[in-house]
Ligand binder design. Structure first.
Ligand SMILES: *Cc1c(COP(=O)(O)O)cnc(C)c1O
Length: 366
């Protein structure tokens, strides 16, 4: 890895920390590779921007790589991208709330849906605005997050087809989010069959059969039979270069497009185990510590207010031994960390989400 620690008193003078460094060319490379890989079997990818809080830089980069649909779970992010002139079709990934219907019609070209009442309100709102709102109907196939139970599909479609102002442009399913259920060949066949049935029975063209997310990589590589599946909604694979069933890196992609830097604010030799009578800590737990004698105890000026600390992996051989709202404590092991040093970390998706949405963390695009 490149920079891990710079000499004290230099890095913090040059940079506002904590910061997340975002390597746009690595993300562009990942997007380009994934697009052509999925396209080779007839699948187009929607770029998912929720992991980076709808970052305009990254949204524009995805569009430049030929990704024409962008999905985000927050209508605020879609609004910001649309108002900034990002040239894409915008998809709201999270089932709309009844309280945000008007914004959904204004800022999402397509939304993923699973509740009739919501779709009825979208219809009314679209009619008032003299427009047509497109939806992808989500089908529950076992992961138990959003989706209509398959035996209710006919009832849903029949009701939706009565609604003016709504166009059903596809069906989809989601996997490996709530229940950790794999999108395997069996699940993909089920989705394909349901899609064909709906197409034939209701004479719908259903241009989008949306099979899942970054967790579909193993299925995709293991078969030539895509069935009716022609769309995947991909976030984490583009951003972090990995699939999401076992978080295995995808060959040829960068897994280090994002690096988090935090500054050491105290460094001292201290006992490894707290002393005194033990009660709850700041987070309401009774923490446990391993007896290692005296260790170099380095404190970083960030805590769970800034970042999901558990999702950080240091690029140095040090251990995170605890954290509170604004502090993270390291066992520096053999690394001679000093006040003012910057410690660099690799991120998982949760840490990335938390950093990109944090107002205390500066974002630096390189
Ligand atoms: C977040 C999300 C995705 C993208 O998932 P990744 O694992 O980041 O690829 C796709 N679909 C829906 C409905 C989502 O909420």
């Amino acid at each position: 890895m490149n920079l891990t620690v710079e000499p004290p008193k230099q890095l913090y003078l040059k940079h506002k920390m904590p910061k997340i460094e975002i390597n746009l060319s690595k993300i562009a490379h990942n997007a380009r590779m994934l697009k052509s890989m999925y396209q080779s079997k007839g699948i187009h990818i929607m770029g998912v921007t929720k992991g980076v809080c709808g970052s305009l830089e990254i949204a524009n980069l995805l569009v430049d790589q030929g990704i024409s649909q962008l999905g985000d779970s927050k209508i605020e992010n879609l609004k910001r991208m649309k108002e900034a002139g990002v040239q894409a079709e915008f998809v709201l990934l999270r089932t709309p709330a009844l309280s945000e219907i008007e914004a959904v019609v204004d800022y999402a070209d397509i939304s993923l849906n699973s509740e009739l009442e919501v779709i009825q309100r979208l219809s009314e709102c679209a009619l008032e605005k003299n427009t047509v709102h497109k939806i992808i109907l989500m089908i529950e196939l076992g992961d138990l997050r959003e989706g209509v139970m398959p035996d209710q599909l006919d009832r849903y479609i029949q009701s939706i087809l009565q609604l003016r102002g709504i166009e059903v442009v596809g069906v989809g399913a989601n996997f490996a989010c709530f229940g950790g259920v794999k999108p395997d060949a069996k699940k993909m066949n089920t989705l394909s069959h349901l899609a064909s049935e709906i197409r034939n029975r209701y004479h719908l063209s259903l241009p989008f059969i949306s099979g899942g997310n970054s967790a579909n990589y193993n299925w995709f590589t293991s078969t030539e039979q895509m069935g009716e599946i022609n769309q995947l909604r991909i976030g984490e694979s583009i951003l972090l270069g990995q699939e999401t069933l076992s978080r295995t890196p995808i060959p040829g992609l960068y897994t280090d497009a994002f690096t988090f830097y935090s500054e050491v604010i105290e460094s001292k030799i201290k006992p490894s185990v707290p002393y005194g009578e033990i009660a709850q800590n700041a987070l309401g737990f009774y923490p446990e510590f391993e007896e290692k004698g005296n260790i170099r105890h380095a404190i970083l000026g960030v805590g769970i207010q800034d970042v999901l600390v558990g999702g950080l992996t240091s690029l140095l051989d040090v251990n995170i031994i605890g954290f509170s709202s604004d502090h993270t404590v390291l066992d520096a092991k053999k690394v001679d960390l000093q006040v003012g040093d910057a410690v660099a970390f690799n991120l998982n998706y949760g840490a990335l989400l938390s950093l990109m949405t944090s107002s205390t963390v500066s974002k630096e695009y390189v």
